[in-house]
Ligand binder design. Structure first.
Ligand code: ADP
Length: 164
């Protein structure tokens, strides 16, 4: 593959995401990480913060780019002349939703394929929401995210406490 897009919220990026990023970057010329700006969930981090965090944890991967997008994933993929969407699958619970999205994308953009990478077993339980939940109760998140992200999450939680 020349180009692929890995879309998501990355609020924040976890070791599970990073594993998918590293593995899929080996499968294509350029991997574009697409950070969704119009998610229905209220994010902990702003889009700019999420982009900066992704850039810092992927700085040693020369063929990885980080961009933002709103609207349809299929349109973003087309605009970037990419051939495929990368998604990660953790458990059966992900499957039904992911299958539906992949099929919708194929109707909207028939030339587009979705490639699923199964999670690294070490991270199969891991999600951005779990990281935020543990951090909100002052738990140790160092096994879930890179050290620089753990710092950012801690700082964000502390800022929140102050403003409450
Ligand atoms: P979204 O809001 O689109 O689900 P996420 O940032 O939560 O965005 O996830 C982006 C992608 O990464 C999804 O395909 C998701 O299944 C995958 N993913 C998330 N966590 C993991 C993990 N621990 N292992 C493998 N894939 C994961």
């Amino acid at each position: 593959m020349k180009k692929a897009v890995y879309p998501g919220s990355f609020d924040p990026v976890t070791l599970g995401h990073l594993d998918i990023i590293e593995r899929s970057a080996k499968m294509c010329g350029i991997l574009i990480i697409g950070v969704l700006t119009n998610n229905s969930k209220t994010p902990l981090f702003s889009v700019e913060e999420r982009v900066n965090m992704l850039k810092s944890v992927t700085k040693d991967l020369p063929n990885v780019e980080v961009k933002t997008f709103g609207g349809l994933t299929a349109d973003f993929v087309r605009e970037n002349q990419a051939e495929a969407v990368i998604r990660g699958l953790r458990a059966v619970t992900d499957f039904e939703y992911e299958l539906q999205i992949a099929q919708i994308n194929r109707v909207i953009a028939p030339e587009l394929d979705t490639i699923f990478l199964t999670t690294n077993l070490n991270y199969s339980y891991l999600s951005s929401s779990i990281v935020k939940e543990v951090a909100a109760f002052d738990g140790d998140i160092s096994a879930f995210v890179p050290p620089i992200i753990a710092e950012k999450v801690k700082q964000k939680m502390a800022d929140r406490m102050k403003s409450e």
